[in-house]
Design a protein around this ligand. Structure first.
Ligand code: ADP
Ligand code: ADP
Length: 227
């Protein structure tokens, strides 16, 4: 589980992006951070893998303060998926996914076999592995992004608006796929979106942020919709 304890982020220009956030993210569940643009969702997410450090309070993963972990080591246990997939354009899809196991010391053949398995897991046909990212649709690129984030089998997955750039029909496919995957994988997932429908659809817990980096509500989708 991931605990935010009185977490505050004040950027150097004085902007308070997150204001005393207290929240416990359940292990093995999807927790959605939802709210309008600029309310501190991305900042909160990025403090978990130390892309950003808080200016107050602390974040604990399974009781351990992330500030005490080396960022590179910490990130081995935390997959990260962003809106535009962020794939390496000059590598094939298969090699995009194989990069992670290669970096952790697997030999090339084994890394590629693992990558092929992951492409199948996210519902991509094997021949897509030979393509380059630009040759894939937006939805397919997001699947590759998810496959890559899963490559090191991290217990935690951070997803920042992962499906916002694809059309509504593809988005629904991707949401269903994520729910299906999560059924087997039981990752601890934080999923950021500005779309309340998406939040209540995929979240087991929903944290509603409002302007000023303040947590307005936190609970099950039913709890949140009751307001
Ligand atoms: P969200 O993900 O909800 O859109 P963000 O966490 O990106 O919100 O941003 C929260 C607030 O912090 C916004 O007011 C944004 O403009 C501000 N902000 C984000 N990054 C920086 C930065 N590097 N420097 C100054 N202000 C920032
Ligand atoms: P989506 O609705 O998922 O964004 P697209 O309309 O972008 O789908 O793509 C439809 C199909 O066309 C996909 O199977 C994709 O692989 C293929 N495709 C898209 N762009 C290219 C490209 N530049 N080169 C080859 N195939 C492409």
């Amino acid at each position: 589980m991931i605990e935010f304890r009185d977490v505050t982020k004040r950027y150097p220009d004085g902007t308070i992006a997150v204001d005393k956030l207290n929240l416990t993210v359940d292990a093995g569940a999807i927790t959605v951070f939802v709210g309008p643009s600029g309310c501190g969702k991305t900042t909160s997410l990025r403090m978990v893998n130390r892309m950003i450090d808080p200016t107050g309070g602390s974040i604990l993963i399974d009781g351990k303060d992330v500030q005490e972990s080396d960022p590179a080591l910490l990130r081995r246990g935390i997959g990260y998926v962003i809106q535009q997939a962020g794939l390496f354009p000059h590598r094939t899809v298969l090699d995009n996914v194989a990069t992670v196991p290669l970096l952790s010391g697997w030999d090339r053949r084994k890394a590629r076999a693992r990558a092929a398995e992951l492409l199948a897991t996210v519902g991509l046909p094997a021949e897509m592995g030979r393509r380059y990212p630009v040759q894939l649709s937006g939805g397919q690129q997001q699947r590759v992004g998810v496959a890559r984030a899963l490559a090191a089998d991290p217990p935690v997955l951070l997803m920042d608006e992962p499906f916002s750039a694809v059309d509504p029909v593809v988005r629904e496919d991707l949401q269903n796929e994520l729910l299906r995957l999560q059924d087997e994988l039981d990752k601890t997932i934080i999923f950021v979106t500005h779309d309340i429908d998406e939040a209540v659809r995929i979240g087991e817990k929903v944290a509603v942020f409002r302007k000023g980096g303040v947590l307005a509500q936190y609970g099950t989708p039913a709890d949140v919709l009751r307001y």
